[in-house]
Design a protein around this ligand. Sequence first.
Ligand SMILES: NC(=O)c1ccc[n+]([C@@H]2O[C@H](COP(=O)([O-])OP(=O)(O)OC[C@H]3O[C@@H](n4cnc5c(N)ncnc54)[C@H](O)[C@@H]3O)[C@@H](O)[C@H]2O)c1
Length: 418
Amino acid sequence: MKPVKVALIGAGLRGINYLEYAIHQPHELQVVAVAEPVAERRRAFQVRHGIPEDMCFESADALLASPKLADAVLICTQDRQHYEPTMQALAAGYHVLLEKPMSPDPGECIRMAEQAERANRVLSICHVLRYTPFFSTIKELLDRGAIGRLMSIQHNENVGYWHQAHSFVRGNWRRKDESSPMILAKSCHDLDILAWLADSECVRVSSFGSLTHFTAAEAPAGAPLRCLDGCPVADGCLYYAPRQYLTDNTDWPTSAISDDPSYEARYRALQDGPYGRCVYHCDNDVVDHQVVNMEFANAVTVAFTMSAFTRDVSRTLKLMGTKGEIRGAMEKNEIEIVHFGSGKVETISFGGVDGHVGHGGGDMRLVKDFLRLVRADGKGDSLTSAQRSVQSHLIAFASEQSRVDGQVVSLEQFARQQ
Ligand SMILES: NC(=O)c1ccc[n+]([C@@H]2O[C@H](COP(=O)([O-])OP(=O)(O)OC[C@H]3O[C@@H](n4cnc5c(N)ncnc54)[C@H](O)[C@@H]3O)[C@@H](O)[C@H]2O)c1
């Protein structure tokens, strides 16, 4: 088997994570080019994958202006930088693996899916949860009627208080105008999984939520703009930045604050960079808690809650059917099936994989499946095709519209307006 040749656009945290696959399975995947404007990241990635100098580019535009140099590209830039490179790459004949969210603009999501169809290329979206043993087992159980006919789903996305502060208060996804609304940036995974499990068209949504805690109005008296500026409440504050970022552990999320992991570089990042700011004095505007109610064409109803205010970073859900219940906790990587008739309770545990690391094993399985599709030149079904992802992205956009306007939104009407 010849390895699939890929180029990476955006050698940030996600891109380098996926392409570790090539280090472990070099007979399946070879990284032949990279586009990354930050010189140290480009260089580190070049060295890791042994990429020749003339295959290292400073931007997506420069890479895509070259004659076709790989079978596929991975597009792992930030949310608002997905559309242009995806359209160009598909037109140039590349298969594309694109990070979620596809785009913060529903029209762009639709156009990318159409372009992939026209160009007859694979466009897969990184909805990694569909590839986890945890969710794929729940899907199999539903498909074989383990709890009769599915009626309701209750699903919680437990963001984790410190994770909210890191990514959605201080970090890259804190502002709608710079990335996307929380329901898209964080919860498009959940809406995608819920639509997959409900196995039907979403008909209507309603949503409520707001940014309530991480605001100046909630700041403790005397809290300065930056934690290092002599904060008088440092000892009792859950979000005191040095306690999070200046420990011996330099893994994520600390790795996100500085390319240089030394103590001095991290200290400087807290003095000058976004991650040293007081969480009550940032320029964030995305919500810290939100609920979405969904009605599907097959009468399944879903209640979804996203909340920052949880200890665990995890997903917990209960699926209610006519003959039983399935309960799952992703951080425990465990599923419980309750059978009404016999009263029996079965437990399925997925040992070995932490429910949180690498999205419960989903990251690497997603890459493997993308390689399968590229090898078949696009023939075969993708669990996370752009077509499918457009549907779940539209649920996220419609939910945000409902939250902002205070109205129930019909998906059919919403899709027609795009
Ligand atoms: N699938 C998931 O579960 C998941 C999880 C987290 C983030 N994401 C998404 O992944 C994407 C990337 O997130 P990240 O945390 O890796 O971000 P990041 O900021 O670490 O990486 C993005 C990289 O793109 C580079 N870049 C900027 N402009 C470029 C250009 N013109 N050409 C090439 N590269 C360019 C940046 O320098 C940076 O290194 C985002 O859209 C994010 O929402 C997905």
